[in-house]
Ligand binder design. Structure first.
Ligand code: GLC
Ligand code: CA
Length: 555
């Protein structure tokens, strides 16, 4: 196992719009992050993944880039970003940027040129088809509408996997790939340590995706999901190898890709000479969703299923490469609401959930506010929702005569805005995020769940996360918790999830009782040394409800 700086790291994800507003416009910004850099250093994280900060009309909060070379004025300037990189560096913190290159914004000058000039160079930067008047085919984009949008009054249509404001780039065009590589090098030179790579599995399209033919439908709307025609298509490897050889590997960057990779391709993607350092695994973070009629809906699952999914994911990644365990991100609701029954949400259950994922094999990610145990927002009306994908889905339901209240119910449980509400810093108005009304409402629970209160309370989710980070990074168990092998601990207890991390010298058991009742501790662990515990009462035979312990064997 090769040692790499990023294997020992803990990564903290920042959604800039919602982290800290420094200038009273209600929107988070780079100077706000600089103000809070000591908070992050004190927590003990090593790397910040910054969601997009480039110039953008912010239709999708920055995932629609209109200028790859400049920071959006709402977030600050390129100089502010350089200052952030420098002051993070002083504290030993590195920065990852979000690389959004499957698509750009329809406000990008490439796209505007492509629209103006069908014969010009930039028309070839996008996927544009001319027809006799109808959409080229019936592919449905992720937001439920057609993946094709008409250009003005013409019979030309462009392809978009996401919203119509996010035209897909044409990766088959070598000039597009060169532009992207040039841009990546520009930011590398400014001192960033790597990239989180957005929707990268979508970059290669099949012939059918772009053909003028009606494809077999998978819904009552006569359309068919874009997935099958654009995800992980053969030939994508050549594009990814180019990025690896020209940029990632050349500069020893850390890269984490948002892409779901089948086992047969894992070696090529995350193996020793893989395209990426690691990839996100959706298998257990999306286990509460099912798709029907082209839309996602909430689904129930059991703790056993959760255990199986986590173990399968670890076993697979262990075979080929390196993992990136996470519970939350800006596309997910708050994890405590997903995995813990409403009536049991509290300090014990939140820390148990934290311990469960944090010591899995891989580089752990923490999403802003997760370390405080932030919870979902009680959305009740579409007017409170800012996520454009949700709004579009709602409108589409109204248009199709479906009941939009069902969509609202889904958004309440699963909407992306749940994790995009402002970071809760203290008990003052707007939770100390801003002095003015924020762009999205603050969760009403901020008076109890906030960084200031939790820092003052030893028994808080914050302090437990801090302890987990220190244990993983600066203890006699760092090595085994980082590089050690993963193996499941078998048990008949339905609610017990346990695993070992072991190397030649040490073996540490992570045991989490995810149930409402007590659970028997596997006998072989009765005499080990407890090196972390989220509860005060200890009994060598049984774990309390939502008790999580780390036990070092043979000491
Ligand atoms: C990714 C991002 C998401 C964004 C989408 C389109 O899934 O995580 O936030 O909306 O790509 O760029
Ligand atoms: Ca601001």
């Amino acid at each position: 196992m090769k040692e790499k700086w990023w294997k020992k790291s803990v990564i903290y994800q920042i959604y800039p719009k919602s982290f800290k507003d420094s200038n009273g416009d209600g929107i988070g910004d780079l100077n706000g992050i600089i103000e809070k850099i000591d908070y992050l250093a004190d927590l003990g994280i090593d790397v910040i993944w910054l969601c997009p900060i480039n110039v953008s009309p912010m239709m999708d909060n920055g995932y629609d880039i209109a200028d790859y070379y400049n920071v959006d004025p709402v977030f600050g300037t390129n100089e502010d970003f350089e200052r952030l990189i420098a002051c993070a560096k002083e504290r030993g913190i590195k920065i990852l940027m979000d690389l959004v290159v499957n698509h750009c914004s329809n406000q990008h000058k490439w796209f505007q040129e492509a629209v103006k000039n069908p014969e010009g160079e930039y028309a070839g930067y996008f996927l544009i088809e001319e027809t006799s008047g109808k959409e080229p085919n019936n592919i449905r984009c992720y937001n439920g509408t057609s993946a094709w949008e008409r250009i003005g009054e013409s019979n030309r249509f462009y392809f978009h996997s996401f919203s119509k404001e996010q035209p897909d780039l044409n990766w088959a065009n070598p000039n597009v790939r060169q532009e992207i590589i040039r841009m990546m090098k520009f930011w590398q030179k400014k001192g960033i340590a790597g990239f989180r790579i957005d929707a990268i599995g979508n970059i290669k399209k099949t012939k059918e995706a772009l053909a003028q033919t009606i494809l077999p439908t998978d819904g009552t709307d006569g359309m068919v999901s874009v997935d099958k025609y654009v995800l992980m298509q053969d030939g994508i490897e050549a594009y990814l190898a180019e990025l690896r050889d020209e940029v990632f590997e050349r500069y020893d960057m850390f890269t984490v890709a948002e892409v779901s990779v089948p086992e047969g391709k894992m070696e090529e993607f995350v193996g020793e000479h893989g395209f990426f350092s690691t990839v996100f695994d959706f298998s257990y973070t999306d286990m509460d969703v099912e798709k029907s009629n082209g839309k996602e809906w909430k689904k129930r699952f059991t703790i056993r299923e959760m255990r199986e999914k986590i173990f399968a994911s670890q076993n697979m990644i262990e075979k080929y490469g390196w993992g990136s365990p996470y519970l939350e991100n800006h596309d997910q609701p708050r994890s405590v609401n997903k995995y813990i029954p409403e009536e049991s949400i509290g300090y014990e259950s939140k820390t148990a959930l934290g311990a469960l994922y944090f010591f899995l094999r891989g580089t752990p990610f923490i999403y802003q506010g997760q370390e405080l145990g932030m919870e979902n927002y009680p959305f009740s009306d579409i007017s409170q929702i800012r996520d454009p994908f949700a709004v579009q889905r709602y409108e589409q339901s109204v248009k199709n005569g479906e009941n939009p209240q069902k969509d609202m119910e889904y958004f309440r449980a699963r909407g992306r805005d749940n994790s995009r509400t402002p970071m809760q810093w203290d008990e003052s108005v707007y939770a100390g995020f801003s002095e003015e009304e924020p762009w999205i409402a603050v969760n009403p629970d901020y008076e109890t769940i906030n960084a200031k209160a939790e820092r003052q309370n030893d028994k808080s989710v914050y302090h437990f996360y801090k302890k987990m980070i220190a244990l993983r990074k600066q203890s006699e168990y760092s090595d085994v918790l980082t590089y050690g092998d993963f193996s499941p601990i078998e048990s008949d207890e339905d609610a017990l999830i346990g695993y070992y991390r072991s190397n030649g010298e040490k073996r540490v058991a992570v045991l989490v009782n995810f149930g409402e009742g007590e659970a028997a501790i596997p006998k072989q662990l009765a005499n080990g040394k407890r090196i972390l515990d989220n509860q005060d009462r200890w009994n060598t035979e049984r774990l309390l409800p939502y008790q999580a312990v780390l036990i070092a064997e043979g000491e």
